[in-house]
Design a protein around this ligand. Structure first.
Ligand SMILES: [Zn+2]
Length: 422
Protein backbone atom coordinates (compact mmCIF):
# COMPACT_ATOMS: atom_id res chain seq x y z
CA UNK A 1 0.00 0.00 0.00
CA UNK A 2 1.17 3.53 -0.73
CA UNK A 3 -0.49 6.61 0.73
CA UNK A 4 -0.16 10.38 0.65
CA UNK A 5 -1.99 13.10 2.56
CA UNK A 6 -2.17 16.58 1.06
CA UNK A 7 -2.52 18.82 4.11
CA UNK A 8 -4.40 22.08 4.59
CA UNK A 9 -5.02 22.99 0.96
CA UNK A 10 -8.12 24.77 -0.32
CA UNK A 11 -9.83 21.88 -2.09
CA UNK A 12 -11.84 23.18 -5.06
CA UNK A 13 -13.74 20.40 -6.81
CA UNK A 14 -16.35 22.01 -9.07
CA UNK A 15 -17.95 18.68 -10.06
CA UNK A 16 -18.86 17.99 -6.43
CA UNK A 17 -19.49 21.65 -5.58
CA UNK A 18 -16.81 21.49 -2.94
CA UNK A 19 -14.70 24.47 -1.84
CA UNK A 20 -13.12 24.14 1.61
CA UNK A 21 -9.79 23.93 3.39
CA UNK A 22 -9.22 20.28 4.28
CA UNK A 23 -6.83 17.33 3.95
CA UNK A 24 -7.02 15.10 0.89
CA UNK A 25 -6.10 11.44 1.30
CA UNK A 26 -4.68 9.32 -1.52
CA UNK A 27 -4.40 5.56 -1.10
CA UNK A 28 -2.96 3.37 -3.86
CA UNK A 29 -3.41 6.08 -6.46
CA UNK A 30 -7.03 6.87 -5.65
CA UNK A 31 -8.91 9.43 -3.56
CA UNK A 32 -9.81 7.87 -0.21
CA UNK A 33 -11.48 8.71 3.10
CA UNK A 34 -9.57 6.04 5.06
CA UNK A 35 -6.82 7.35 7.34
CA UNK A 36 -3.71 5.32 6.41
CA UNK A 37 -1.15 4.28 9.05
CA UNK A 38 1.91 5.12 6.99
CA UNK A 39 1.89 7.95 4.53
CA UNK A 40 3.85 10.72 2.87
CA UNK A 41 2.76 14.27 3.48
CA UNK A 42 2.50 17.24 1.15
CA UNK A 43 2.00 20.63 2.79
CA UNK A 44 -0.53 22.56 0.69
CA UNK A 45 -1.05 25.51 3.04
CA UNK A 46 -1.95 28.55 0.95
CA UNK A 47 -2.39 26.40 -2.16
CA UNK A 48 -5.44 25.28 -4.10
CA UNK A 49 -5.99 21.54 -4.56
CA UNK A 50 -7.76 21.02 -7.88
CA UNK A 51 -8.74 17.99 -9.94
CA UNK A 52 -5.95 17.49 -12.49
CA UNK A 53 -6.21 19.96 -15.36
CA UNK A 54 -7.27 18.62 -18.77
CA UNK A 55 -6.25 20.14 -22.13
CA UNK A 56 -8.37 18.72 -24.94
CA UNK A 57 -6.44 20.34 -27.79
CA UNK A 58 -2.71 19.65 -28.21
CA UNK A 59 -0.42 18.67 -31.09
CA UNK A 60 2.37 16.29 -30.00
CA UNK A 61 3.70 15.77 -33.57
CA UNK A 62 4.41 12.04 -33.33
CA UNK A 63 4.47 10.03 -35.46
CA UNK A 64 6.23 11.98 -38.18
CA UNK A 65 7.37 15.37 -36.87
CA UNK A 66 9.41 14.53 -33.77
CA UNK A 67 11.76 17.49 -34.32
CA UNK A 68 8.89 19.84 -33.33
CA UNK A 69 7.71 17.85 -30.30
CA UNK A 70 7.66 14.23 -29.22
CA UNK A 71 5.03 12.55 -27.09
CA UNK A 72 7.69 12.46 -24.36
CA UNK A 73 8.63 16.17 -24.50
CA UNK A 74 4.99 17.17 -24.95
CA UNK A 75 3.98 15.18 -21.89
CA UNK A 76 6.74 16.86 -19.86
CA UNK A 77 5.48 20.27 -21.02
CA UNK A 78 1.96 19.23 -20.00
CA UNK A 79 3.09 18.21 -16.51
CA UNK A 80 5.00 21.51 -16.15
CA UNK A 81 1.83 23.39 -17.05
CA UNK A 82 -0.22 21.55 -14.41
CA UNK A 83 -1.94 19.15 -16.83
CA UNK A 84 -2.63 15.54 -15.91
CA UNK A 85 -4.53 14.69 -19.12
CA UNK A 86 -4.08 15.92 -22.68
CA UNK A 87 -5.85 15.07 -25.92
CA UNK A 88 -3.76 14.89 -29.11
CA UNK A 89 -4.93 16.01 -32.54
CA UNK A 90 -4.61 13.59 -35.48
CA UNK A 91 -2.58 15.68 -37.98
CA UNK A 92 0.53 13.54 -37.62
CA UNK A 93 2.36 11.62 -40.36
CA UNK A 94 0.84 9.21 -41.03
CA UNK A 95 -2.45 10.90 -40.10
CA UNK A 96 -4.16 9.21 -37.13
CA UNK A 97 -6.95 7.83 -39.32
CA UNK A 98 -6.40 4.10 -38.75
CA UNK A 99 -6.42 1.76 -35.74
CA UNK A 100 -2.73 0.92 -36.25
CA UNK A 101 -1.62 4.56 -35.91
CA UNK A 102 -3.87 4.99 -32.86
CA UNK A 103 -2.30 1.86 -31.34
CA UNK A 104 1.21 3.24 -32.05
CA UNK A 105 0.39 6.55 -30.31
CA UNK A 106 -1.15 4.78 -27.32
CA UNK A 107 1.82 2.43 -26.94
CA UNK A 108 4.28 5.28 -27.23
CA UNK A 109 2.39 7.33 -24.62
CA UNK A 110 2.25 4.31 -22.30
CA UNK A 111 6.03 3.92 -22.59
CA UNK A 112 7.23 7.53 -22.25
CA UNK A 113 4.54 9.86 -20.86
CA UNK A 114 4.05 10.71 -17.18
CA UNK A 115 0.64 12.27 -17.84
CA UNK A 116 -2.39 10.70 -19.49
CA UNK A 117 -2.05 11.19 -23.24
CA UNK A 118 -5.34 10.50 -25.00
CA UNK A 119 -5.84 10.75 -28.71
CA UNK A 120 -8.41 11.66 -31.31
CA UNK A 121 -8.85 10.08 -34.72
CA UNK A 122 -9.40 11.84 -38.02
CA UNK A 123 -12.91 12.33 -39.39
CA UNK A 124 -11.78 11.93 -43.00
CA UNK A 125 -9.08 9.75 -44.53
CA UNK A 126 -5.75 11.60 -44.55
CA UNK A 127 -7.67 14.74 -43.44
CA UNK A 128 -8.63 15.24 -47.08
CA UNK A 129 -12.33 15.84 -46.48
CA UNK A 130 -13.26 13.45 -49.29
CA UNK A 131 -13.98 10.10 -47.67
CA UNK A 132 -14.76 9.16 -44.08
CA UNK A 133 -12.11 7.46 -41.93
CA UNK A 134 -13.18 4.09 -40.39
CA UNK A 135 -14.90 5.77 -37.43
CA UNK A 136 -16.13 2.54 -35.81
CA UNK A 137 -12.64 1.02 -35.87
CA UNK A 138 -11.17 4.24 -34.48
CA UNK A 139 -13.70 4.12 -31.63
CA UNK A 140 -12.72 0.52 -30.95
CA UNK A 141 -9.03 1.50 -31.00
CA UNK A 142 -9.78 3.91 -28.14
CA UNK A 143 -9.97 7.45 -29.56
CA UNK A 144 -11.89 9.88 -27.33
CA UNK A 145 -13.25 12.00 -30.20
CA UNK A 146 -12.88 12.54 -33.93
CA UNK A 147 -11.67 15.72 -35.60
CA UNK A 148 -9.95 16.95 -38.77
CA UNK A 149 -8.34 19.78 -36.76
CA UNK A 150 -6.17 22.01 -38.88
CA UNK A 151 -8.53 21.20 -41.72
CA UNK A 152 -12.31 21.46 -41.95
CA UNK A 153 -14.71 19.26 -43.91
CA UNK A 154 -16.36 21.54 -46.49
CA UNK A 155 -18.89 19.05 -47.83
CA UNK A 156 -21.88 19.41 -45.48
CA UNK A 157 -23.37 16.08 -46.51
CA UNK A 158 -20.14 14.24 -45.68
CA UNK A 159 -20.02 16.07 -42.34
CA UNK A 160 -23.60 15.01 -41.66
CA UNK A 161 -22.65 11.36 -42.20
CA UNK A 162 -19.63 11.79 -39.91
CA UNK A 163 -21.91 13.13 -37.16
CA UNK A 164 -24.30 10.20 -37.63
CA UNK A 165 -21.48 7.63 -37.38
CA UNK A 166 -19.96 9.42 -34.41
CA UNK A 167 -23.32 9.27 -32.69
CA UNK A 168 -23.54 5.50 -33.25
CA UNK A 169 -20.22 5.10 -31.40
CA UNK A 170 -20.93 7.83 -28.85
CA UNK A 171 -17.92 9.89 -29.91
CA UNK A 172 -18.08 13.69 -29.89
CA UNK A 173 -16.91 15.57 -33.00
CA UNK A 174 -14.42 18.38 -32.55
CA UNK A 175 -14.35 20.83 -35.44
CA UNK A 176 -11.85 23.41 -36.63
CA UNK A 177 -14.31 25.89 -38.13
CA UNK A 178 -13.02 27.36 -41.37
CA UNK A 179 -14.91 27.95 -44.62
CA UNK A 180 -12.24 27.53 -47.31
CA UNK A 181 -13.97 29.73 -49.88
CA UNK A 182 -14.43 32.64 -47.49
CA UNK A 183 -10.96 32.35 -45.98
CA UNK A 184 -8.99 31.65 -49.16
CA UNK A 185 -5.28 32.07 -48.44
CA UNK A 186 -5.92 34.41 -45.47
CA UNK A 187 -3.25 34.45 -42.78
CA UNK A 188 -4.38 37.28 -40.45
CA UNK A 189 -7.70 38.80 -39.41
CA UNK A 190 -9.26 40.68 -42.32
CA UNK A 191 -9.39 44.37 -41.46
CA UNK A 192 -7.19 47.36 -40.71
CA UNK A 193 -3.95 45.46 -40.07
CA UNK A 194 -4.25 43.03 -42.98
CA UNK A 195 -4.77 46.02 -45.29
CA UNK A 196 -1.95 48.08 -43.78
CA UNK A 197 0.56 45.21 -43.86
CA UNK A 198 -0.60 43.82 -47.21
CA UNK A 199 -1.29 40.35 -45.82
CA UNK A 200 -4.23 38.21 -47.06
CA UNK A 201 -7.23 38.55 -44.72
CA UNK A 202 -9.12 35.75 -42.85
CA UNK A 203 -12.55 37.19 -42.03
CA UNK A 204 -14.47 36.19 -38.88
CA UNK A 205 -17.32 35.13 -41.16
CA UNK A 206 -15.11 32.26 -42.35
CA UNK A 207 -15.41 30.77 -38.85
CA UNK A 208 -19.00 31.83 -38.19
CA UNK A 209 -20.31 30.13 -41.37
CA UNK A 210 -19.03 26.74 -40.17
CA UNK A 211 -20.18 27.29 -36.57
CA UNK A 212 -23.66 27.88 -38.02
CA UNK A 213 -23.34 24.72 -40.17
CA UNK A 214 -22.31 22.72 -37.09
CA UNK A 215 -25.29 24.02 -35.11
CA UNK A 216 -27.63 22.86 -37.87
CA UNK A 217 -26.02 19.40 -38.00
CA UNK A 218 -25.86 18.96 -34.22
CA UNK A 219 -29.58 19.72 -34.20
CA UNK A 220 -30.41 17.52 -37.19
CA UNK A 221 -28.45 14.53 -35.86
CA UNK A 222 -29.07 15.21 -32.16
CA UNK A 223 -25.38 14.73 -31.36
CA UNK A 224 -22.49 16.63 -29.76
CA UNK A 225 -20.32 18.87 -31.93
CA UNK A 226 -17.62 20.93 -30.23
CA UNK A 227 -16.26 24.01 -32.03
CA UNK A 228 -12.53 24.36 -31.45
CA UNK A 229 -10.60 27.61 -30.76
CA UNK A 230 -13.44 30.13 -31.14
CA UNK A 231 -12.04 33.50 -32.23
CA UNK A 232 -14.88 35.62 -33.65
CA UNK A 233 -17.64 37.60 -31.94
CA UNK A 234 -20.33 36.23 -34.27
CA UNK A 235 -19.45 32.63 -33.34
CA UNK A 236 -20.15 33.41 -29.67
CA UNK A 237 -23.54 34.88 -30.56
CA UNK A 238 -24.48 31.82 -32.66
CA UNK A 239 -23.41 29.38 -29.94
CA UNK A 240 -25.29 31.29 -27.25
CA UNK A 241 -28.54 31.22 -29.18
CA UNK A 242 -28.23 27.51 -30.09
CA UNK A 243 -27.27 26.38 -26.58
CA UNK A 244 -30.25 28.25 -25.15
CA UNK A 245 -32.41 26.05 -27.39
CA UNK A 246 -30.71 22.91 -26.08
CA UNK A 247 -28.64 22.10 -29.17
CA UNK A 248 -25.68 19.82 -28.34
CA UNK A 249 -23.07 22.36 -29.42
CA UNK A 250 -20.12 23.74 -27.45
CA UNK A 251 -17.08 25.95 -27.93
CA UNK A 252 -13.57 26.33 -26.59
CA UNK A 253 -11.25 29.29 -26.09
CA UNK A 254 -7.45 29.44 -26.43
CA UNK A 255 -5.36 31.89 -24.38
CA UNK A 256 -3.92 33.84 -27.33
CA UNK A 257 -7.40 34.73 -28.57
CA UNK A 258 -8.09 36.76 -25.42
CA UNK A 259 -4.53 37.83 -24.54
CA UNK A 260 -3.63 39.47 -27.86
CA UNK A 261 -5.28 41.49 -30.63
CA UNK A 262 -4.32 41.46 -34.30
CA UNK A 263 -2.31 44.64 -33.72
CA UNK A 264 0.41 42.29 -32.40
CA UNK A 265 1.33 41.33 -35.98
CA UNK A 266 2.65 44.80 -36.84
CA UNK A 267 6.28 43.63 -36.85
CA UNK A 268 5.52 40.50 -38.91
CA UNK A 269 6.62 38.30 -35.97
CA UNK A 270 5.51 34.77 -36.89
CA UNK A 271 4.96 33.93 -33.21
CA UNK A 272 1.71 35.84 -33.63
CA UNK A 273 0.58 33.74 -36.60
CA UNK A 274 -2.05 31.20 -35.71
CA UNK A 275 -5.18 29.69 -37.20
CA UNK A 276 -7.77 31.06 -36.60
CA UNK A 277 -5.90 34.38 -36.39
CA UNK A 278 -5.74 36.96 -33.61
CA UNK A 279 -8.73 39.25 -33.92
CA UNK A 280 -9.97 42.59 -32.56
CA UNK A 281 -10.80 43.93 -29.10
CA UNK A 282 -14.47 43.65 -30.06
CA UNK A 283 -14.01 39.89 -30.59
CA UNK A 284 -12.11 39.56 -27.31
CA UNK A 285 -14.91 41.35 -25.45
CA UNK A 286 -17.48 38.98 -26.98
CA UNK A 287 -15.41 35.93 -26.00
CA UNK A 288 -15.06 37.20 -22.42
CA UNK A 289 -18.81 37.70 -22.27
CA UNK A 290 -19.28 34.17 -23.63
CA UNK A 291 -17.01 32.76 -20.91
CA UNK A 292 -18.82 34.76 -18.22
CA UNK A 293 -22.31 33.58 -19.21
CA UNK A 294 -21.34 29.95 -19.85
CA UNK A 295 -21.65 30.01 -23.65
CA UNK A 296 -17.98 29.00 -23.90
CA UNK A 297 -17.35 26.30 -21.32
CA UNK A 298 -13.96 24.79 -22.17
CA UNK A 299 -10.44 26.26 -22.20
CA UNK A 300 -7.62 24.65 -24.18
CA UNK A 301 -4.23 25.60 -25.65
CA UNK A 302 -4.03 24.41 -29.28
CA UNK A 303 -0.40 23.70 -28.26
CA UNK A 304 1.27 23.75 -31.70
CA UNK A 305 5.07 23.38 -31.55
CA UNK A 306 7.21 24.37 -34.55
CA UNK A 307 11.01 24.52 -34.79
CA UNK A 308 12.76 27.90 -35.10
CA UNK A 309 13.90 27.19 -38.65
CA UNK A 310 10.26 26.73 -39.64
CA UNK A 311 8.96 29.88 -37.92
CA UNK A 312 11.93 32.11 -38.94
CA UNK A 313 10.70 32.74 -42.48
CA UNK A 314 8.51 35.43 -44.02
CA UNK A 315 5.04 35.78 -42.47
CA UNK A 316 3.04 34.29 -45.37
CA UNK A 317 5.25 31.20 -45.52
CA UNK A 318 5.46 30.41 -41.79
CA UNK A 319 3.38 27.58 -40.31
CA UNK A 320 0.39 28.49 -38.12
CA UNK A 321 0.43 27.93 -34.36
CA UNK A 322 2.21 28.56 -31.07
CA UNK A 323 3.08 26.69 -27.87
CA UNK A 324 0.50 26.68 -25.10
CA UNK A 325 0.88 24.05 -22.40
CA UNK A 326 3.42 25.82 -20.19
CA UNK A 327 1.73 29.24 -20.22
CA UNK A 328 -2.00 28.71 -20.77
CA UNK A 329 -3.15 28.18 -17.20
CA UNK A 330 -1.16 31.17 -15.93
CA UNK A 331 -2.50 33.38 -18.72
CA UNK A 332 -6.14 32.42 -18.17
CA UNK A 333 -5.85 32.68 -14.38
CA UNK A 334 -4.12 36.04 -14.69
CA UNK A 335 -6.58 37.46 -17.23
CA UNK A 336 -9.94 35.86 -16.37
CA UNK A 337 -9.69 35.78 -12.56
CA UNK A 338 -7.25 38.52 -11.54
CA UNK A 339 -7.35 41.17 -14.27
CA UNK A 340 -10.78 41.15 -15.95
CA UNK A 341 -12.64 39.37 -13.11
CA UNK A 342 -14.64 37.53 -15.77
CA UNK A 343 -15.08 34.43 -13.58
CA UNK A 344 -13.88 33.26 -10.18
CA UNK A 345 -11.30 30.53 -9.54
CA UNK A 346 -13.79 27.65 -9.04
CA UNK A 347 -15.41 28.50 -12.41
CA UNK A 348 -11.99 28.66 -14.07
CA UNK A 349 -11.18 25.19 -12.74
CA UNK A 350 -14.51 23.81 -14.00
CA UNK A 351 -13.58 25.02 -17.50
CA UNK A 352 -10.35 23.02 -17.25
CA UNK A 353 -11.59 19.89 -15.44
CA UNK A 354 -15.17 18.65 -15.28
CA UNK A 355 -16.40 20.43 -18.43
CA UNK A 356 -13.88 18.85 -20.81
CA UNK A 357 -14.24 15.51 -18.97
CA UNK A 358 -18.00 15.58 -19.56
CA UNK A 359 -17.68 16.47 -23.24
CA UNK A 360 -15.36 13.51 -23.87
CA UNK A 361 -16.94 11.11 -21.37
CA UNK A 362 -13.74 10.83 -19.31
CA UNK A 363 -13.72 9.51 -15.75
CA UNK A 364 -11.32 12.23 -14.65
CA UNK A 365 -12.06 15.86 -13.79
CA UNK A 366 -13.31 15.40 -10.22
CA UNK A 367 -11.97 14.54 -6.76
CA UNK A 368 -14.74 12.05 -5.96
CA UNK A 369 -14.08 9.21 -3.50
CA UNK A 370 -12.49 6.31 -5.35
CA UNK A 371 -11.49 8.42 -8.36
CA UNK A 372 -7.96 8.24 -9.78
CA UNK A 373 -5.85 10.74 -7.86
CA UNK A 374 -5.07 13.15 -10.70
CA UNK A 375 -4.47 16.41 -8.88
CA UNK A 376 -3.01 19.84 -9.62
CA UNK A 377 -1.73 22.07 -6.83
CA UNK A 378 -2.06 25.75 -7.68
CA UNK A 379 -0.65 28.92 -6.16
CA UNK A 380 -3.23 31.45 -7.38
CA UNK A 381 -1.21 34.49 -6.30
CA UNK A 382 2.36 33.49 -7.19
CA UNK A 383 3.93 36.11 -9.46
CA UNK A 384 6.24 34.69 -12.10
CA UNK A 385 7.84 35.54 -15.43
CA UNK A 386 7.53 33.29 -18.48
CA UNK A 387 10.98 32.03 -19.50
CA UNK A 388 10.81 30.15 -22.79
CA UNK A 389 14.47 29.10 -22.52
CA UNK A 390 13.45 26.87 -19.60
CA UNK A 391 10.46 25.21 -21.33
CA UNK A 392 10.16 21.43 -21.29
CA UNK A 393 8.70 21.54 -24.80
CA UNK A 394 11.09 20.74 -27.65
CA UNK A 395 10.08 24.00 -29.38
CA UNK A 396 10.22 27.69 -28.44
CA UNK A 397 7.52 29.34 -30.57
CA UNK A 398 5.72 31.46 -28.00
CA UNK A 399 4.72 35.14 -28.06
CA UNK A 400 4.54 35.13 -24.25
CA UNK A 401 8.25 34.96 -23.38
CA UNK A 402 8.97 37.51 -20.64
CA UNK A 403 5.31 38.03 -19.70
CA UNK A 404 4.66 38.70 -16.01
CA UNK A 405 1.80 36.54 -14.75
CA UNK A 406 0.05 36.00 -11.44
CA UNK A 407 -0.93 32.47 -10.51
CA UNK A 408 0.28 29.07 -11.75
CA UNK A 409 0.36 25.34 -11.11
CA UNK A 410 3.11 24.32 -8.68
CA UNK A 411 2.74 20.53 -8.58
CA UNK A 412 1.20 17.91 -10.87
CA UNK A 413 0.08 14.54 -9.50
CA UNK A 414 -1.03 11.68 -11.76
CA UNK A 415 -2.55 8.57 -10.22
CA UNK A 416 -1.21 9.61 -6.81
CA UNK A 417 2.36 10.11 -8.07
CA UNK A 418 4.02 13.55 -8.28
CA UNK A 419 5.26 13.89 -11.86
CA UNK A 420 6.36 17.52 -11.69
CA UNK A 421 6.79 20.25 -9.10
CA UNK A 422 8.06 23.82 -9.27
ZN1 LIG B 1 -7.33 24.04 -35.34
Amino acid sequence: MSATIIRNGRIIDPANERDEVADLIIVDGRISDQQPNEFEEIDASGLVVSPGLIDIHVHFREPGFGWKETIESGARAAAAGGFTTVVCMPNTSPVADSPSTIAWIKNRAEAVADVRVLTTGAISKNLEGEELAPIGSLAQAGVVAITDDGRCIQNNELMRRAVEYARMFNLPLLDHCQDYNLVGNGVVNEGYWSTLLGLPGWPGAGEEAIVARNILLAELCDHRIHCQHISAAGSVRLLREARARGVKISGEVCPHHIALTNAAIENFDTNYKMNPPLRTQRDIDAILEGIADGTLEILASDHAPHANFEKEVQFDAAPFGILGLETEFGIFLNLLVHKHKTIDLPRLLALYTINPARLLGLESGALSLGAKADITLIDPDLEWIVNAAKFESASRNTPFDGWKLKGRAVRTIVGGKSVWSL
